[in-house]
Write a protein that binds this ligand. Structure first.
Ligand SMILES: Cc1ncc(COP(=O)(O)O)c(C=O)c1O
Length: 400
């Protein structure tokens, strides 16, 4: 028999889409995949070479649990220079990807039945991670006319006596919304007054187009004390498969995270850490180029979406996704169980385009498309979305 904790866990929607896409490709079908949350760029060459050199020097033995000292020092430099946050290396723990940092943090902070405040729409893995550590996700409704950004009024409505942690993802996956300094200050004030920690997942921080990115921990000393900042190398340095991320928190929490990591994984791959060190220290030009491409793509994709009827979308100021509202189509769509799943299945089966159903992010009237792919790919995918919607419109008129 498997453990009870698995009974409430939903298998990943994104993984099930990927397997469907692979299966269609095996059948020779040319699928346009706009479901992927992974950069289509490669790891910068300098960074790769630094990793190769480390291997040639046989830097392959066990090392420090919270991560290589030089990498933690470099992360502190980065946090100070780019985010105006002063941390010491013993407040940083490097892990195998941001996912690993988040689960370590949840294990370090939460007791059974603690409540975790989670604004909707949320990144797919948060609720499942919370349930895996036997805590409860408290899902918070946010407002579309505020680009689904959390406010202290939303928090006031949902706080419980057992609320211990808020998860705040900025820039957001799936909406691409980015918080202003004022918006963050209100949230931090609420959390300090109510003794709630903030897990600030800032993994898309560098992919930020319009506003200057503000780190939660940079706001004031209180903010820094209650915040566990999570970041990773998957998105900004295109290092998804290499698995590298880090958390920055106060010393007590960092020590707890490190103790947990010591027993579970020791530390992430040393080669990956050397690659990450060089990516942070020496590859800002490559990174700026990638961000400039995402911005160009964001502009193109929004121009195209503006011409597709019956949809609205959240204008993304960061990350590489667009969250599209299909409410107007839902009224007419003949769906059985979940609108967004049925819509996405039909889109994939008939038009060969893969996108993620909004239900994966807790919002069934939506779909998420990714522009972490070539222009031609997402432009073709949007042509197909337009065709699908026009076909539906024709069938609406027949039903009138
Ligand atoms: C908001 C958010 N946090 C964390 C992660 C996990 O990143 P990593 O590859 O570093 O584990 C992702 C990946 O898609 C993400 O979108």
């Amino acid at each position: 028999m498997l453990s009870n904790r698995l009974s409430s866990i939903t298998p990943s929607y994104t993984i099930s889409i990927s397997s469907k896409v692979s299966e269609m490709k095996l059948r020779g079908i040319d699928v346009i995949n706009l479901s992927i949350g992974e950069p289509d760029f490669n790891v910068p060459n300098k960074a790769k070479n630094f990793g190769i050199e480390s291997l040639n020097k046989n830097l392959t033995k066990y090392d420090m649990v919270p991560g290589l000292k030089i990498l933690r020092e470099e992360i502190c430099n980065k946090l100070s220079k780019e985010n105006n946050c002063i941390y010491s290396p013993d407040e940083i723990v490097i892990s195998s990807g941001a996912k690993n940092c988040i689960t370590n943090t949840l294990l370090a902070l939460l007791n059974e039945n603690d409540d975790v405040l989670l604004p909707k729409p949320y990144w797919v893995s948060y609720p499942e991670m919370i349930k895996l550590v036997n805590a409860n996700p408290i899902l918070i409704d946010t407002k579309e006319d505020n680009n689904f950004k959390l406010t202290k009024y939303d928090l006031e409505k949902y706080i419980t006596p057992k609320s211990k942690l808020l998860i705040l993802n900025n820039p957001s996956n799936p909406t691409g919304s980015v918080y202003s300094k004022e918006e963050l200050i209100h949230i931090v004030d609420f959390c300090t007054k109510n003794n709630i920690y903030i897990l600030a997942d800032e993994i898309y921080e560098k992919i930020c187009f319009n506003n200057k990115f503000i780190s939660v921990a940079s706001l004031n000393e209180d903010a820094k004390n209650i915040t566990i900042t999570i970041n990773g190398f998957s998105k900004f340095a295109a290092m998804t498969g290499l698995r590298l991320g880090y958390s920055a928190s106060n010393k007590t929490i960092a020590k707890a995270i490190s103790t947990i990591q010591g027993h579970l994984v020791s530390h992430p791959s040393l080669t990956t850490q050397y690659i990450g060190y060089s990516a942070l220290k020496e590859c800002s030009e490559d990174i700026n180029e990638m961000v400039a491409s995402y911005k160009k793509r964001r502009d193109l994709i929004c121009d195209k979406l503006n011409n597709i009827p019956y949809i609205n979308y959240i204008y993304p100021n960061g990350a590489f996704y667009v969250f599209i509202n299909l409410e107007k189509i839902k009224e007419k769509f003949n769906y059985k169980k979940s609108f967004s799943i049925d819509f996405c299945n039909e889109f994939l089966n008939r038009y060969h385009v893969a996108v993620v159903p909004g239900i994966a992010f807790g919002m069934d009237n939506y779909i998420r498309i990714s522009f972490a792919c070539k222009e031609e790919t997402f432009l073709n995918g949007l042509d197909q979305l337009n065709n699908f919607i026009l076909d539906l419109k024709n069938s609406f008129s027949k039903n009138l």
